[in-house]
Design a protein around this ligand. Structure first.
Ligand code: ADP
Length: 258
């Protein structure tokens, strides 16, 4: 039996097909979010890669910011629930999830049964989200996928004091014009994001094991900065950006079989 989860996010659309709730048949991500052609492109790609079509999918769950606007799903489920289920699928002993997406950041407390107990969220301000890192990358003439590697070469700790994205961008430009190394500036940016998101995690109550999800978890510099901020190890699963889609596909399987 095949089930599908589609996570229609603010900046990217992610999709996963599972066989019998366990085996990954296909998974893909298109960097286009809700309100764009991202949904259509993601579906075309996953059906092409899997050789399946909609009629082969027993149950389809949509999640993410754009989930209610997708009419081809059997149901939709909140991204908090789907991220929690997705992480628990890979890391059963997870107790804290830190999810940084394109436009928000969330900290989720998970119970021993793998269910969400509590969460804290920032969706009011770009600082501490993927958008902040995108704005900084563009000011530094690099891309988000380079940030982890570049920050690993940093030798001094720079402090980015502005919390607002616009002011932080001015601060970064001023550091660049003063001749500071881009590697050190990026490490400073990561520390500033970790401080902000770490604050959310502390409010929800941090307990090991901590797992980071969302597209930004692919940035190893953020993961390192978060470990320094929380003074605890932080795990990342290889499918970090697909976690919500995995959770949705798992819930779809439970619905189809339950
Ligand atoms: P949403 O669900 O809100 O659409 P995602 O969880 O898909 O967000 O994360 C999107 C964010 O992930 C983007 O802001 C982007 O900057 C970041 N991102 C995507 N790919 C990478 C990568 N390879 N390395 C670092 N960051 C990435």
């Amino acid at each position: 039996m095949y089930t599908m989860g589609i996570d229609i996010g603010s900046v990217a659309t992610k999709c996963v097909i599972l066989r019998d709730g366990q085996e990954t048949v296909a998974g893909c991500c298109i960097p286009k979010g809700t309100g764009t052609s991202g949904t259509q492109q993601t579906l075309e790609r996953i059906y092409r890669e899997s050789g399946l079509q909609r009629s082969d999918i027993s149950y389809l769950i949509a999640t993410g910011y754009g989930r209610t606007r997708f009419e081809d799903a059997d149901d939709n489920v909140s991204e908090l629930t789907c991220h929690t289920r997705g992480v628990s699928f890979f890391v059963p002993d997870v107790r804290t999830i830190i999810d940084i997406g394109g436009q928000d950041a969330k900290a989720i407390q998970v119970g021993e049964n793998g269910r969400m107990l509590n969460f804290v969220m920032n969706d009011k301000c770009a600082a501490g989200t993927g958008r902040f890192l995108e704005v900084m990358s563009s000011a530094l003439e690099t891309t988000v996928d380079q940030l982890g590697e570049l920050s690993a070469r940093s030798t001094i700790k720079l402090n980015i004091s502005a919390t607002c994205t616009v002011f932080a961008e001015s601060e970064v430009i001023s550091l660049m014009s003063s001749g500071f190394e881009i590697t050190d500036i990026i490490a400073g940016i990561h520390t500033s994001v970790a401080r902000r998101v770490g604050g959310l995690a502390k409010r929800v109550g941090i307990e090991p094991r901590i797992v980071m999800t969302g597209g930004v978890a692919q940035n190893s510099g953020i993961v390192r900065a978060m470990e320094e901020e929380l003074k605890m190890p932080v795990s990342v699963i290889p499918q970090a950006q697909l976690t919500g889609a995995y959770g949705a596909a798992r819930i779809a399987w439970e619905r189809a079989t339950g």
